[in-house]
Design a protein around this ligand. Structure first.
Ligand code: NAD
Length: 291
């Protein structure tokens, strides 16, 4: 079979896939591809799929399928897989790195030192212990974040429309989570229901000075409303790994807002996770060959 690797994976992957057939990363070979491997960058739209008449299998290395027209692929008899279990620890660790960086002023401490300033008096830190973390979405990644927060002595509450039980997270209504949390972390997929769910109205229900962390999806928040809330101080800091587009447009209001901590969609990009994604892809291809 012809395998097209369309996005960035672990460098060992092409060699590991040679046992299944021809492997290329040349996008012009799409018309000959039987299998396409993508992460976030490639958008498997109707047009993309129509340009690949031999396509039998799409594998998205990562969680979610929001960059694949899975319904259209299935209509054309193309199997679609992702690797949902691989990335949870990688994304949870980035979320927690952001949660630690904000109250410890790590970015400001580094920048002021580099600028030759001794900001010892200005940089008064706060602790995570005793604070309340509110998770929106308590699935795989939300649960991994919860474990880490509990180890730091935080109270962990969460809202999930489709989960009714959790051993570690006190499940509450969305309004309760918004009102009670010092830190809010988003871990829902992008769907019609979650698109824009953090907006002027929901921000209004949050505590003054809340820290909002988004390693879920950029379109789950309304960027203009977050920027306004940052300017007024309603939101103390917005830490985000995810954007309305990758990379964000120059006009993205978050780029010009105060008190932000920004990352270029690197939640899943640990060496370990890319190896785990590779393992899952090999398993999917083995099963696919046997079926
Ligand atoms: P998951 O499916 O295990 O958990 C998502 C949870 O959201 C589920 O429990 C689900 O019930 C809940 N949910 C769905 N719709 C909801 C709604 N309307 N209101 C409240 N809760 C709702 O997925 P996961 O592995 O935890 O990943 C979560 C998201 O993280 C992914 O969908 C993806 O968007 C994002 N992600 C980001 C990166 C990154 O690089 N930053 C990497 C991987 C995943």
């Amino acid at each position: 079979m012809n395998i097209l690797i369309s996005d960035a994976f672990d460098p060992s992957l092409p060699n590991r896939l040679k046992k299944f057939g021809q492997v290329t990363d040349d996008a012009s070979k799409l018309p000959e591809a039987d299998v396409v491997l993508i992460r976030s960058k490639t958008k498997c739209t109707k047009e993309y799929i129509d340009n690949a008449p031999n396509l039998k299998l799409i594998i998205r290395g990562g969680v979610g399928l929001d960059n694949v027209d899975a319904e259209y692929a299935k209509k054309k008899g193309i199997a679609v897989y992702n690797t949902p279990d691989a990335s949870s620890v990688a994304v949870a660790e980035l979320t927690f790195a952001m949660m630690l960086a904000v109250p410890n002023w790590l970015i400001e401490a580094h920048n002021t030192m580099m600028a030759g300033k001794w900001a010892k008096k200005e940089l008064k830190r706060t602790e995570l212990m005793g604070k309340t973390l509110g998770l929106i979405g308590t699935g795989r990644i939300g649960s991994e974040v919860a474990k880490r927060a509990l180890a730091f002595g935080m109270t962990v509450i969460g809202y999930d429309k489709y989960v009714t039980k959790s051993d570690t997270i006190k499940l509450k209504s969305l309004n309760e989570v918004l009102a009670e949390s010092d830190y809010i972390s988003l871990h829902v997929p992008l769907t019609d229901e979650t698109k824009g769910m953090i907006n002027k109205q929901t921000i209004g229900k949050m505590k003054d000075g809340v820290v909002l962390i988004n390693t879920g999806r950029g379109k789950c928040i309304v960027e203009e409303d977050i920027a306004e809330a940052l300017k007024s101080g309603k939101i103390k800091t917005y830490a985000t790994d995810v954007w309305c587009s990758d990379p964000p447009a120059d006009t993205c209001p978050i780029l010009k807002a105060p008190n932000v901590l920004l990352a270029p969609h690197i939640g899943a990009s640990t060496n370990e996770n890319l190896l785990r994604i590779g393992d899952t892809i090999v398993n999917i291809l083995e099963n696919f060959q046997q079926s």
